[in-house]
Design a protein. Structure first.
Lengths: 337, 463
């Protein structure tokens, strides 16, 4: 197989893995001020994702590293183009990560409150900014003939990008609420169910808005046609099914559906991009593609062998980790965080 | 303040911060794993207390290592995009491998370790912490492979205006890594050992009930400390000898050796005139530099002025001299700290072997004050090795100035520089607060669960 195509797909898989897994971590964090009415409840919420958030976050780091390794021009253009947005993203991830660890290690209410806000902001900002980033990549950005981004910061915050960003946040919220519902008991579980039920219609509206926006703002007609095909449509279908399963109190199925919705949405964004990786709004000839932005065939080959060896290993032990912590967090649970 | 200067300052600050927390992670993960091994093999409760106590401090520190590390990975693309384009075909691979092999492993298994005490068997839980220790040190290997390529490019050709990899094996087995990796791993062991020695001492000096915990911890740390400190000095020596061949200017500037000498003298103390590139005042030991660099009391070690002329002839006009004040004093500080550490751990081991831990409180106390010593060495070591490569971002292939992102305006870099500095400073304060709090609280105590209003955040000393 064409290694450039393979690596495009692999990077898509890494981003998909990130959004599906870290997506519920972000969701739980965003819900913290809404469902966590007292310290004990907040601790229980944080402990549902406690064992998992760090390993889930690594999917993003691997996606970034893989981009650097396989498509260094894409990595260079994208990361310098999104400079301030990435700084905000990093700031959010930093304070969130430290907050998880530090939050409960002192009893002072102000200490805990500060770190809880860090968890909230640190969970809200990343999906928002990443949605904005992906939207801009699909929409096209002013990139010149030398693969340099020549726009500023504020033109990244166009309406289409903001809609996609808000959609990402909403997906995380409903996904996270369902995760909470699976992992908790009694009052917190009931509250999570309500949150999922309330978040779902908002999410559906935003997904539809983003879909419409995509037709208006991106090359989707060119790349996928009027009927975009199975994967994009499946994204809508699974979200509808999620709503159905929430209604029917079939939480596990609802969670699988929101996971699939995230999977299909992210996959769609990559399908719209392909075979470009960064679309130039100045001139399509200036776009970065999977060919002109890539590493040498030798490097791609080396990386492919390593990826084929180790990605399955990662999936196995991360899967095992979820199995170890498959139980629910209750009022009686020992809370490490 | 131009974008280049700001970007360099930011990379220096973020790297130094990152490397504050990393060595402790590297070494303490191994020490905690050893302690848990002793617990599983003997079943003794004091070993479990030790594991949980040092483990708690470990995870507090680990969080900071992780979050400051994310910035590093992103910073290449954000601030050094032209460098990324030039080296990406080679440099990107070890970074991706670091994430895929090491980061996934350490993050996933640390989560299992923290939360899984009662969920998996003792032996499995033990395996988990060993995997965390292995993964952390493995991550050091891959990032050092990447850094080694910057110091000594191998396995490449220049093609299409960029460096392209022709041999992955040559990149991975870069001769530079053979000295650099053991040096960093040893530094990790040394850092962790002083951390454990110091905090153990704090408790040994107080009449605590569970003295055994701290006595044993001190013992383990003393042994690890000797291994680490001896290792770091020996590998450091090997590294300098290697650099005599591959980066002679770095060696010369570390020594403030302005002119080539044969035999070459070692400077003990130099006040230099960097503009005219000569000594103002120097205490030098004749022949000692030749001995250290070349294993013999004669032989030429090249000086700064000769190398500058040589590089101008080879690479064109320009300044090829690193900031000697920084490299010279960083080197002195690092080596000075290193030898002080050696004396201290030797003494620690003597105390342990002579079973005199309870007999010499005044001398024992010094270990509390020595905790920062490895941190000084770690920081100055990186300052030396990175500043010493000036003006190269990739030695001999790309200058620092040519690697910086050209589309990021200086006001943006200024913003992020200030941002990172402030956030990191605040987090550093919080980290030290927690480490001191739990370090002082000691082993075998449980965290009170409930939040109470108005309970002070700072515990009283000796509480």
């Amino acid at each position: 197989m064409d290694l450039n195509i393979l690596w495009f797909i692999l990077i898509a898989v890494l981003y998909i893995g990130f959004f599906v897994l870290e997506g519920f971590d972000f969701g739980v964090g965003i819900l913290l001020p809404f469902l966590g009415k007292d310290d004990k409840t907040r601790r229980m919420m944080i402990n549902t994702i406690g064992p998992h958030w760090d390993g889930n976050e690594v999917w993003l780091l691997t996606a970034g590293g893989a981009t650097f390794a396989a498509f260094p021009e894409w990595y260079a253009t994208m990361f310098s183009a999104f400079y301030l947005a990435l700084f905000l993203l990093l700031g959010a991830l930093i304070v969130r990560g430290v907050a998880f660890e530090f939050r409960s290690k002192d009893q002072h209410p102000r200490w805990r409150s500060l770190w809880d806000w860090c968890i909230f902001i640190g969970s809200l900002v990343p999906p928002l900014l990443l949605g904005v980033a992906f939207a801009n990549m699909m929409h096209g950005m002013p990139i010149d003939a030398d693969m340099n981004y020549v726009g500023g910061f504020f033109n990244l915050l166009n309406p289409y990008a903001l809609v996609v960003g808000l959609m990402a946040v909403a997906l995380c919220v409903v996904h996270g609420a369902l995760f909470l519902e699976m992992k908790t008991a009694d009052d917190l579980r009931t509250a999570s169910h309500k949150a999922a039920w309330r978040a779902w219609p908002v999410t559906l509206l935003l997904v539809i808005a983003a879909a419409v926006g995509t037709y208006l703002s991106t090359d989707i007609l060119l790349h996928l046609g009027v009927n975009p095909g199975t994967i994009p449509l499946a994204g809508i279908v699974t979200l509808l099914l999620a709503g159905y399963f929430i209604r029917k109190n079939l939480t596990n199925w609802a969670f699988i559906m929101t996971a699939l919705t995230i999977l299909f949405t992210v996959a769609t964004s990559f399908m719209i991009l392909f075979p470009d990786v960064m679309v130039s709004s100045i001139d399509p000839a200036y776009s970065l593609t999977i060919y002109n932005a890539s590493s040498t065939p030798y490097t791609l080959k080396v990386m492919t062998i390593i990826a084929l060896l180790f990605v399955p290993v990662v999936l196995i032990y991360q899967g095992w980790s979820f199995w170890v912590f498959r139980g629910r967090i209750t009022e009686e649970s020992v809370l490490e965080y | 303040m131009d974008a280049l200067f700001l970007a360099r300052s930011q990379f220096a600050i973020t790297t130094v911060y990152h490397f504050f927390f990393v060595p402790l992670t590297l070494g303490l993960s191994i020490i905690v794993a050893i302690m848990e091994t002793l617990y599983v093999r003997t079943g003794r409760e004091s070993y479990k207390q030790m594991t949980k106590f040092w483990g708690k401090l470990f995870v507090i520190n680990f969080a900071m290592g992780v979050v400051t590390g994310i910035v590093q990975e992103f910073q290449f693309g954000m601030n050094w995009s032209e460098y990324s384009r030039f080296v990406g075909d080679i440099f990107g691979a070890p970074l991706a491998i670091e994430a895929l092999l090491a980061f996934f492993l350490e993050s996933t298994f640390l989560g299992i370790w923290i939360f899984g005490w009662d969920k998996i068997s003792k032996r499995l839980h033990l395996l988990v912490i060993w995997l965390v220790a292995f993964a952390s040190n493995l991550s050091a290997l891959w990032i050092l492979i990447a850094n080694s390529w910057m110091q000594q490019p191998v396995g490449y050709v220049i093609n299409n205006g960029r460096a392209e990899m022709v041999s992955f094996a040559q990149v991975v087995f870069n001769p530079n890594i053979w000295t650099q990796f053991p040096h960093v791993i040893s530094a990790g062991l040394a850092t962790a050992s002083f951390f454990v020695l110091g905090i153990s001492t704090y408790h040994l000096l107080r009449q605590v009930e569970n003295r055994d915990v701290y006595r044993r911890s001190f013992q383990i740390a003393a042994i690890i400390g000797v291994l680490g400190t001896v290792g770091v000095i020996m590998s450091g020596h090997s590294q300098m000898q290697h650099l005599v061949d591959t980066q002679p200017m770095k060696v010369a500037s570390a020594e403030a050796l302005w002119d080539s000498e044969d035999p070459a003298s070692l400077s003990l103390f130099t006040i230099g005139d960097t503009k005219n590139r000569e000594d103002v005042f120097a205490i030098r030991v004749p022949g000692l530099l030749s001995l250290l660099a070349l294993d013999q009391l004669y032989g030429e070690v090249q000086g700064i002025n000769d190398l500058q002329a040589q590089y101008e002839a080879e690479f064109g006009a320009g300044n090829y001299v690193p900031p000697v004040f920084i490299t010279y004093w960083s080197f002195r500080a690092m080596v000075g700290a290193g030898f002080l550490m050696l004396a201290a751990v030797a003494y620690a081991l003597l105390l342990v072997m002579g079973e005199q831990l309870d007999d010499k409180p005044r001398f024992l106390r010094m270990f509390i004050w020595l905790i920062p010593l490895p941190y000084i060495a770690n920081t100055t070591g990186w300052l030396l090795t990175e500043f010493g490569r000036f003006p190269w971002i990739v030695y001999g292939l790309m200058k620092i100035a040519d690697g910086v992102s050209i589309t990021v305006p200086s006001w943006s870099v200024a913003m992020t520089l200030i941002g990172y500095t402030l956030i990191y400073a605040a987090l550093m304060v919080a980290t030290i607060f927690l480490l001191a709090k739990y370090g002082r609280r000691g082993a075998g105590t449980e965290l009170p669960e409930e939040v109470t209003d108005g309970e002070p955040a700072i515990a009283l000393v000796g509480d």
